[in-house]
Design a protein around this ligand. Sequence first.
Ligand code: I3S
Length: 128
Amino acid sequence: FLQLFSSRNRPSEKCGVLNVTKITENGKKVRKNWTSSWTVLQGSSLLFAKGQGGGTSWFGGSQSKPEFTVDLRGGSVEWASKDKSSKKHVIELKTRKGTELLIQSEIDSVINDWYKTLVETVNTHAWE
Ligand code: I3S
């Protein structure tokens, strides 16, 4: 995981801290559980590692293992409708396998950048 982070920044790579929750897993609705996650996009994979209280002690430690990964190929990205969350700046990600995630940041520019990058990623890898 650290290797991913320290590798050269190609356009298909991006990382940062986002608020994340699953809302559906394999087509089944799951309970929301917003957590702050270190998020890394590499190619068509989006990796999440759980943060701890906003600190950085997990970084580089045993907890820097990805918590979960989603494959964006064949998935979709859109701004979440109001009924999905009361939060501002929420993106809804759907994977081909029927997992739905919400990702959010309080910071406009951060979430807008992620939106652009994720849309590009889905478009680039749509037919693989
Ligand atoms: O879509 P919901 O059910 O209103 O989502 C809220 C709940 O998940 C809530 O937790 P509880 O499961 O303890 O009720 C969360 O604290 C809220 O953040 C969720 O709503 P938002 O609108 O923040 O996504």
